[in-house]
Design a binder for this molecule. Structure first.
Ligand SMILES: Nc1ncnc2c1ncn2[C@@H]1O[C@H](COP(=O)(O)OP(=O)(O)OP(=O)(O)O)[C@@H](O)[C@H]1O
Ligand code: SF4
Ligand SMILES: [Mg+2]
Length: 368
């Protein structure tokens, strides 16, 4: 749970853009750019877990990498403990590297197969000048922390299962006592049976070590029980940001509704009652994203305004923000309060906005 110390958020992302240039010809002229992250703003408190969700190619990893400054933002700022780190050089970043670590999706590719576990986990310690005599003891302690045996010190990664390898990745991330961990799909490559063990481990570690997590996942099912808040991304944009439970109870942006409809519900009655919304087509190219609301070509509530005007992220109260001209699950009173401008206000949305597929459970507000 969030337990900020009153001294501001641990991480603050402000209007961050990350574009990757596409170059052509021998002069390497920039002919276009991949808009991987496009004007994203949010903050993460100390001790909090923010789930970051969206389909493949939405820019989750790019945003995660920009936050820990493996990438430099094209525009905007990333602050850590109140300090703008967006443009710090390698030297100035070095002490901060201890504080921010990443856990990667693929436990096979992210561990060097020729190195022993001891040297993999000990590498960050070595880089940061921890003496050899102290390193072994620290690595063995870390192995125990992540539920592996200190005897595994001399083994190679191929001697471990996927779940154990991911634990090695976690131990490596923990080596320097970081404050922030960006976990990029840490359980996606694992069998379902061991995913929950890994999630429990991350949860326990957070409590013991007072960690702050940004937890990246494809689907809303995985992050539900670990996240305090959830951020939904679509094609480089932040489209919904909300306390976790509120997001599951009342998704406001249709993309979130669709992602949520794919999450299995254990209760068969509820599961039967809920419609599964099939998102047609793939995420469009971020090189030339759709006009207006980027989700409009795939949205069943789309009207003319959606093609023309980009919906801003609107505050619907209780720290729930969403970007949509035809918000779902919002009562008229809240909608009135949420008016932002005559051009952007969701209340000005077209009354005809209704799901094209009429079996939809939730109607956008103007149609209620
Ligand atoms: N180094 C790069 N150069 C050019 N384009 C890139 C680079 N890294 C990412 N991209 C592009 O940026 C977009 C966002 O990619 P990103 O990996 O951040 O998405 P993602 O949400 O993490 O997807 P996935 O769920 O598949 O991991 C994609 O279109 C991707 O092809
Ligand atoms: S209703 Fe319009 S603004 Fe809202 S998600 Fe659909 S296309 Fe975007
Ligand atoms: Mg990714």
């Amino acid at each position: 749970m969030s337990e900020g110390d009153g001294g501001g958020p641990l991480v603050e992302v402000r209007n961050v853009k990350k574009y990757f240039p596409i170059r052509k010809g021998i002069l390497g002229r920039e002919v276009a750019a991949v808009h991987a992250v496009d004007d994203v703003t949010f903050a993460v408190d100390e001790g909090e877990t923010l789930g970051l969700v969206g389909e493949s190619g939405c820019g989750k990893s790019t945003l995660g990498r920009t936050i820990v400054r493996l990438l430099e933002p094209t525009e905007g700022t990333v602050s850590f403990e109140g300090r703008d780190i967006s443009r710090l050089g390698p030297r100035a970043m070095r002490p901060l590297r201890r504080e921010m670590q990443m856990i990667f999706q693929d436990p096979y590719a992210s561990l060097n197969p020729r190195k022993r576990v001891g040297s993999i986990i000990g590498m960050p310690l070595k880089i940061h000048g921890v003496e050899k005599s102290q390193r072994k003891a620290r690595v063995q302690e870390l192995l125990a922390t992540v539920g592996l045996s200190p005897e595994h010190y001399n083994r190679f990664p191929h001697e471990f299962s996927g779940g154990q390898r991911q634990r090695i990745g976690v131990a490596r991330a923990l080596a320097l006592n970081p404050k922030l961990i960006v976990a990029d799909e840490p359980v996606s490559a694992l069998d379902v049976s061991i995913q929950s063990q890994m999630l429990n481990l991350l949860d326990d570690l957070q409590r013991e070590l007072k960690l702050t997590y940004i937890f990246i996942a494809h689907d809303l099912g995985v992050v539900r029980h670990v996240s305090d808040r959830i951020a939904v991304m679509y094609l480089g944009k932040l489209v919904e940001l909300s306390p976790a439970e509120d997001l599951y109870e009342r998704p406001i942006m249709p993309y979130t509704e669709a992602l949520l409809s794919a999450v299995p519900i254990p209760d068969p009655d509820l599961s039967h009652a809920r419609e599964r919304i099939v998102l047609e087509g793939d995420v469009p190219s971020p090189i030339n994203p759709p006009s207006g609301c980027r989700f409009h070509p795939r949205c069943r509530y789309m009207t003319e305004i959606c093609k023309e005007v980009e919906p801003p992220l609107v505050d619907y109260g209780r720290s729930h923000y969403a970007a949509c001209h035809h918000p779902l699950n919002v009562d008229r009173e809240t909608l009135e309060r949420a008016k932002v401008s005559s051009r952007h206000t969701p209340a000005a949305a077209d009354e005809s906005a209704k799901p094209r597929d009429s079996s939809g459970r939730s109607d956008p507000v103007p149609g209620r």
